[in-house]
Design a protein around this ligand. Structure first.
Ligand code: ATR
Length: 280
């Protein structure tokens, strides 16, 4: 139920039907008894500038931004935090009291928070890590890993030129390797991350033999439909600690909720169940 005092936020995307964010934030609003609302906002690309400008006029607390608007949202904000600027994409807009819009990116935060929550023993400074894929999700993860102090990030992508471009853009400890060398790239690592779409329902499994990886290496797949991808199944069978993609989605929402509603909400089993149950 909404009232005259309801604080409103939402998610802007095109399409936006697939977004789980309304369930997620709706669960937290109910749990904390907040007079707030979180609505899906289907915004065509050509309408994005008008929509973003309209947020202050409509007294929105802010919005999340999802595909295909994450890059454009950066250019429409009045200020951009350094992490979002390096990633080149925003997933959170906060409308300030002055009506100005601040952009940030919480994907890297969500990635690391879920990793630390699931495998407390993982320490970034110990050993190299390998990241598979060089798309938008990879960018946020590479920035988070570099900032966490990982000494070497081995970046492997089917199209090597895309990985090289990313390494040039971001600098730091990123080293690119050819797709054909991906098995060798797993030697001595503390963490292997799949950021590609491979393993998602309806896609082929990621073609990544794990035999060369140390068995204590954490295997993290950011795909969350299905929760256990073929990669995670193979990793589990070899005894690796495994991390699924749902927790990243849940944790990346925490800074948004905190910015709009003033509470850093918990990620727990009840939230996972609420988000998994509603597969619209
Ligand atoms: P997102 O923004 O969600 O990360 P994206 O930008 O479309 O998505 O990137 C998809 C990633 O999956 C890319 O790294 C892509 O590799 P290419 O750059 O070579 O296209 C990777 N990918 C998609 N299909 C793949 C396949 N069949 N084998 C290996 N990698 C694949």
């Amino acid at each position: 139920m909404t009232t005259g005092a309801t604080r409103t936020a939402g998610v802007i995307g095109w399409p936006v039907r697939h977004s789980r964010s309304p369930q997620l934030h709706g669960h937290w609003l109910a749990r904390y008894g907040i007079d707030g609302a979180y609505v899906p906002l289907a915004v065509r690309p050509e309408m994005l500038p008008t929509a973003v400008r309209g947020l202050a006029a409509l007294d929105f607390a802010g919005v999340n931004v999802t595909v295909p608007h994450k890059e454009a949202a950066l250019t429409l904000a009045d200020s951009v935090d350094p992490t979002a600027a390096r990633i080149g994409a925003a997933n959170l807009l906060v409308v300030g009291d002055n009506g100005l819009i601040a952009a940030s990116n919480t994907d890297g935060f969500g990635f690391l928070a879920h990793l630390r929550d699931t495998v407390a023993a993982w320490t970034p400074a110990d050993r190299p890590v390998t990241v598979i894929g060089a798309g938008g999700s990879s960018r946020a993860i590479l920035v988070a890993l570099a900032d966490a102090g990982v000494p070497e990030i081995r970046l492997v992508n089917r199209t090597v030129s895309r990985a090289e471009q990313l390494a040039r853009d971001l600098g730091g400890p990123i080293r690119t390797l050819d797709w054909a060398d991906r098995a060798g790239a797993l030697q001595d690592v503390s963490l292997i991350v799949n950021t590609t779409t491979q393993g998602m329902a309806g896609q082929e499994p990621l073609d990544l033999p794990l035999e060369t990886a140390p068995v204590d290496a954490v295997v993290y797949d950011i795909v969350y439909v299905p929760l256990e991808t073929p990669l995670l199944g193979a990793a589990r069978a070899r005894g690796h600690p495994v991390v699924d993609g749902l927790g990243m989605l849940l944790h990346q929402a925490r800074p948004s909720f905190a910015a709009w509603f003033g509470i850093d909400p918990v990620v727990d089993e009840a939230l996972r169940i609420a988000v998994l149950a509603d597969r619209g």
